[in-house]
Design a binder for this molecule. Structure first.
Ligand code: PXP
Length: 238
């Protein structure tokens, strides 16, 4: 069974638009859990345009499911994570002013850097996942530097899904089998939604978790948060 982690960045974006504390992020995270989410994901970016660094300790205190912090491991980010140890940290090579993550790690070129930073998190018993594109070589690289899991970057899958879903999923399905064989855990995220999620999940081998933000928050505007989370959980029950 694949677990659902709700990325609450977009909710922070709405809060920040008015400069006060509405909607309250802690309450939103608790409600996601109450409605069945099995994890909460946040992705603080250097400009703090959605999640702010000072949100993290408050969320760490209340999240009772899996707490996952994503981001580029700058010194500031590493300190934030070590000071508020989540269950999982997902390392993403996004540029400081990137609109959103748009590529995974080159785990070969950045092997030395990744190995060092992964060790820092492991000392605190934090599970480490690396955001990667579907490539056997890069997945092997993730395993070699000591990552516990990979998170497949599913943006290209979601984009191609509309034209040809078999073609869209092919590389991911193949790499998923490979990841299962070499014994590295698998997560996935980016641009997953109620149309493309269950097909993706059904083709993967041992997909442990998806993290979903943008589409889920948009769906919640129409259907409400409780119905939306239930709909995503149903899509994962394949
Ligand atoms: N995974 C990573 C690494 C991301 O950067 C994001 C977006 O913040 C997601 C998953 C979730 O993507 P989406 O908001 O499109 O569901």
């Amino acid at each position: 069974m694949t677990r659902l982690s709700v990325n609450i960045n977009k909710v922070a974006l709405i809060r920040n638009a008015r400069g006060n504390d509405f909607p309250n992020l802690v309450q939103f995270a608790k409600d996601c859990e109450r409605f069945g989410a099995q994890g909460i994901t946040v992705h603080p970016r250097p400009d703090q345009r959605h999640i702010r660094y000072d949100d993290i300790p408050k969320l760490r205190e209340v999240v009772t499911t899996e707490f996952n912090i994503e981001g580029n491991p700058t010194r500031e980010f590493v300190k934030l994570v070590l000071d508020n140890p989540p269950d999982q940290v997902t390392l993403v090579p996004d540029a400081p002013n990137a609109l959103t993550s748009d590529a995974g790690w080159d785990t070969i070129t950045h092997a030395d850097f990744l190995r060092k930073v992964i060790q820092e998190f492991k000392k605190k018993n934090i599970r480490v996942s690396l955001f990667v594109d579907p490539s056997e070589e890069l997945i092997q690289g993730a395993k070699d530097v000591g990552a516990d899991r990979i998170e497949f970057y599913t943006g290209p899958y979601a984009f191609k899904f509309e034209d040809n879903k078999e073609m869209a999923v092919g590389e991911y399905a193949r790499c998923s089998k490979f990841a299962a064989q070499i014994g590295i855990g698998q997560n996935a995220g980016h641009d997953l939604n109620l149309r493309n999620l269950s097909f993706f999940t059904s083709r993967m081998t041992d997909l442990l978790e998806v993290s979903i933000g943008h589409a889920l928050v948009v769906d919640a505007l129409y259907q409400g948060l409780h119905n939306t989370i239930q709909a995503y959980l149903n899509s994962l029950d394949v």
